[in-house]
Design a protein around this ligand. Structure first.
Ligand code: IPE
Ligand code: IPE
Ligand code: MG
Length: 264
């Protein structure tokens, strides 16, 4: 049963990626793709390398997948880079993960600017080390006017924390008498989340074979299509991305309604 959920890496029959891109581009594209980039540690372990080697390799895949997402015309790509639970990891690993945004952006920011990509972040910014904040802030400032793909890093992000913060904001509005409890609806809650300005994800991809959300976008993913792929993030490539999008395009999204309305 679970095998059906896993999408293995497949190469097009004729080996041509351009044909696959053309096929996928002929069908409606998801506006927002969210990815839980998982499996860096296992990728490194398979090679007898330290876990951080897997994170470093994974960073290169962020560049690759950003390029293809932008070329395909996807509007928003949210990448889960560090969760509020990842602080439980050993300090040297955390330190390395906190340096990755700086390394990624110092290497690839010029190319992101050239590609008209806009860098954004969701998550608790204040708790990040100063050097991480500086790198992210610089990238956000320098790409603020770009209107191609929004590359949204979920960094020190946790969905429950985000919901707690939004509840506090709404409670404060009520305490100040600006709104009443009767004004609370789905739109109001959505407008107090960190993703308020973004469309909801259409497609969620999790790599590494794990089948869980790990505190990622619990509210926003209410009607997303999920794909769980048996590929470690550092092995994720354009074909994996195309496979996931194709899988999404062949799904039937009903949003609680029925097909062929009018027939009973
Ligand atoms: C995902 O890879 C990257 C982060 C969570 C930062 P992992 O580091 O979780 O890799 P595995 O799951 O141990 O293989
Ligand atoms: C989720 O992966 C977080 C990120 C990919 C950043 P984890 O590897 O931390 O998740 P668990 O611990 O397997 O649930
Ligand atoms: Mg993991």
């Amino acid at each position: 049963m679970l095998d059906k959920l896993f999408r293995k890496k497949t190469v097009a029959a004729d080996g041509s990626i351009l044909d696959r891109i053309a096929e996928v581009q002929n069908r409606p594209m998801p506006a927002h793709v969210a990815i839980i980039m998982d499996g860096n540690g296992r990728w490194a372990k398979q090679r007898n390398l330290p876990r951080i080697a897997g994170h470093h390799e994974g960073m290169k895949k962020v560049r690759l997948i950003t390029r293809i997402a932008n070329n395909l015309g996807i509007k928003v790509l949210t990448l889960y880079a560090f969760s509020t639970e990842n602080w439980k990891r050993p300090k040297p690993e955390i330190d390395f993960l906190m340096k990755l945004p700086g390394e990624f952006l110092s290497t690839y920011l010029p190319e992101l600017i050239e590609q008209n990509v806009k860098v954004e972040m969701i998550g608790n910014f204040d708790m990040l080390p100063a050097h991480t904040k500086n790198a992210i802030r610089k990238a956000m400032d320098e790409t603020a006017h770009n209107d191609g793909l929004t590359l949204n890093f979920a960094m020190n992000y946790g969905s429950r924390l985000e919901l707690v913060e939004s509840v506090k904001e709404i409670a404060a509005l009520i305490a100040e008498g600006k709104i009443g409890p009767e004004d609370i609806d789905e739109n109001l809650i959505g407008s107090h989340l960190m993703t308020a300005h973004l469309p909801e994800p259409d497609l969620l991809i999790r790599t590494s074979g794990e089948v869980r959300l790990s505190n990622f976008m619990l509210w926003q993913l209410a009607y997303a299509e999920f794909t769980f792929m048996d590929v470690l993030w550092p092995d994720f490539d354009e074909l994996c991305m195309l496979n996931a999008i194709e899988e999404f395009q062949l799904r039937n999204r009903r949003f609680g309604s029925v097909e062929g309305k009018g027939t009973v």
